[in-house]
Design a protein around this ligand. Sequence first.
Ligand code: THU
Length: 149
Amino acid sequence: MKAEEARAALGQETVRKLIRTAMQMRDRSYVPYSRFAVGAALLTADGTVYGGCNIENAAYTPTNCAERTAFFTAVAAGERHFRAIAIAGGPQGAEKLDFCPPCGVCRQVMMEFCDPEAFLIITARSTEEYRIHTLKAYLPDGFGPADLA
Ligand code: THU
């Protein structure tokens, strides 16, 4: 129920706007090693959108995904409440994108700040072709702050 309400409240125009921003953010990706450019657009409870891109590193493991870049940028700006994130990823310069699901580490970061039943993850091939699932669907029975209480 929470998921349906969250989805209805989001609206198609907002979804498309988030996808467009995620696609634009791909241009900022720093991906000299994988050449796989990912962009993300994170929507806060008050309607602000924070963009993120993946940022790779010669030592490989310090690489930051687009989703985490968006979250860390938003949290560093003082945000704590989030509604949805759009993700667009694929080979650099690709004409057509496929769905790019968030990696496990990013799902765990979302778990820290979001209600898994209400937070929506939008994966997009285009502004017309996208999927929307809850964080709970991507990370069932996830470990979060409530488990430490
Ligand atoms: N990547 C993301 O930024 N987000 C995802 O959802 C999947 C993977 C990045 C990490 C790395 O820079 C490149 O894509 C290839 O794994």
